[in-house]
Design a protein around this ligand. Structure first.
Ligand SMILES: Cc1cc2nc3c(=O)[nH]c(=O)nc-3n(C[C@H](O)[C@H](O)[C@H](O)COP(=O)(O)OP(=O)(O)OC[C@H]3O[C@@H](n4cnc5c(N)ncnc54)[C@H](O)[C@@H]3O)c2cc1C
Length: 429
């Protein structure tokens, strides 16, 4: 069993990716080289800006090469609740934006010729308890009525076998617009195209301090070198450090853990997932799973919210849960186990825009995709690129007010309590 992501084992960071040391000056410095940072960088380079993307590790090292590769519609918070919270008009706009985000990824990988196994396989949201079924049926009717969305349908328990080879669930909702891809092929493909478009990629360059230097910004990297930039975009999401308190007080990391099996026989693949859907269940400590393009079962989730669990230990827990769903996998060896950080916000919404006041006013940021970042990070990064190039005044989510708390950065203190609460909810509801 390898303790590294299957995706980067299958498709490692290309050795010929053109990386360079950070220069002394650049127009736009982008901190973080996942989908968010690279999508913004591409827009800016095409608009003629000198762009430098810096990553503390290697390019694409963060969640963007470690995730489930599932592009579901909507955001982490469900559309009904978003409409209640922010009003029907904005709720509808954000729903449609989420559909556009998946379309955006499809279109941009098509146009750029990034071969990343993008496929519209649809997704199946599974009722973990009988009590979850009614809300699911209501949700399908609500999406049709309120959002004029008709690509969703309810599947009763007796018909679930057409969708999934398990008796563990009580019904489900299929959304046919959802898609899947190979995360590492996508992020490294983005990086290669960005470099071809003129973006400078700098690895092993952790930004440790940012301050104002006259009209410009000065970024200090760990080697004590300075990089001067006219604009900065922070795209570090679940790996955000304490460099800018404003950002760190808005987002906290949550660990997510994945295992994959060895490739399964075509017959077993067809039995477990006849339509190749992306699967998510309705628990608070949810599980998400799918077949990989080469026919492995990828099974992910979390046991508590900590980003620091041992991945060998987590593999045992994840396998136990996988066998509850698919006892047919008892003989399938686990090939890989790994983890990564999601970026979460207390209101479960993405947030983006510019820091409004204080010594770092004007610096752009985007974060908080809460497990929906494959499409959302890509599209929001693209919008930020357009904002920084002056093509648009602001970005989606900039008007959603976010409460910031000084204690957000002390996540290791409060996450165990939030985890315990979720565990209780999973037992009682
Ligand atoms: C296990 C797992 C499963 C997931 N599954 C799904 C899924 O199925 N579908 C979905 O939509 N989303 C999923 N997600 C979420 C999705 O992967 C993320 O939302 C998305 O990749 C975020 O992209 P990003 O570019 O914002 O951040 P990341 O890809 O995390 O990149 C941030 C980068 O910032 C760098 N960095 C941090 N601090 C500094 C610094 N000071 N200086 C320089 N660099 C720095 C880090 O090294 C890192 O490479 C999953 C996430 C995880 C971890």
């Amino acid at each position: 069993m390898q303790t590294a992501p299957f995706w980067t084992d299958d498709f490692p960071r290309p050795t010929d990716l053109p990386v360079q040391a950070p220069p002394e000056r650049t127009d736009v410095a982008i901190v973080g080289s996942g989908y968010t940072g690279l999508s913004a960088a591409r827009v800016l380079a095409r608009a003629g800006y000198d762009v430098t993307v810096l990553d503390a590790e290697t390019i694409g090292w963060g969640a963007s090469s470690r995730n489930g590769g599932m592009m579901t519609t909507g955001l982490k918070d469900d559309a009904q609740h978003i409409c209640k919270q922010y009003g029907n008009e904005l709720g509808r706009r954000l729903w449609e934006w989420s559909l556009d985000a998946v379309d955006f990824v499809e279109k941009s990988v098509g146009e750029a010729g990034i071969d990343c196994d993008f496929a519209r396989r649809g997704y199946l949201y599974l009722a973990y308890k009988p009590g979850h079924v009614e809300a699911m049926q209501e949700s399908v009717a609500w999406h049709a009525r309120q959002l004029d969305y008709h690509d969703m349908h309810f599947v009763p328990r007796e018909e679930l076998s057409e969708e999934i080879g398990t008796a563990a669930y009580f019904g489900g909702v299929v959304d046919s617009r959802a898609a899947g891809l190979h995360p590492a092929k996508y992020v490294f493909g983005l990086a290669r195209i960005a470099a071809e478009e003129g973006v400078r990629l700098a690895e092993q360059s952790p930004v440790t301090a940012i301050d104002k230097a006259g009209e410009e910004w000065r970024l200090e990297t760990s080697s004590k070198r300075s990089l001067y930039a006219s604009q900065i975009f922070i795209a570090t999401n679940g790996y955000t450090t304490d460099v800018l308190p404003y950002i760190r007080n808005g987002v906290f990391p949550v660990g997510s853990y994945i295992i994959t099996t060895e490739p399964l026989s075509p017959a077993l693949q067809a039995e477990l997932s006849p339509r190749g859907r992306m699967f998510v269940d309705s628990k608070n400590f949810l599980n998400y799973f799918r077949l990989t393009p080469d026919g492995r079962m990828l099974f992910g989730g979390r046991h508590n919210l900590s980003p620091n669990l041992d991945v060998t230990e987590s593999a045992h827990m994840m396998r136990r849960r996988m066998l509850e769903v698919f006892p047919q996998l008892a003989d399938a060896a686990v090939s890989h186990t790994w983890s990564g950080n999601l970026g979460l916000t207390f209101d479960l919404m993405p947030h983006a825009g510019r820091i409004a006041s204080g010594p770092h006013a004007g610096i752009a940021y985007a974060y908080g995709y809460a497990g929906h970042g494959v499409a959302v990070a890509s599209y929001l990064g693209h919008e930020i690129g357009r904002m920084l190039s002056g093509e648009r005044a602001s970005v989606t989510f900039a008007d959603i007010r976010q409460q910031r708390y000084f204690f957000t950065r002390y996540d290791s203190l409060y996450l165990p309590f939030v985890s315990a609460w979720f565990r209780i909810l999973d037992r009682v509801r």
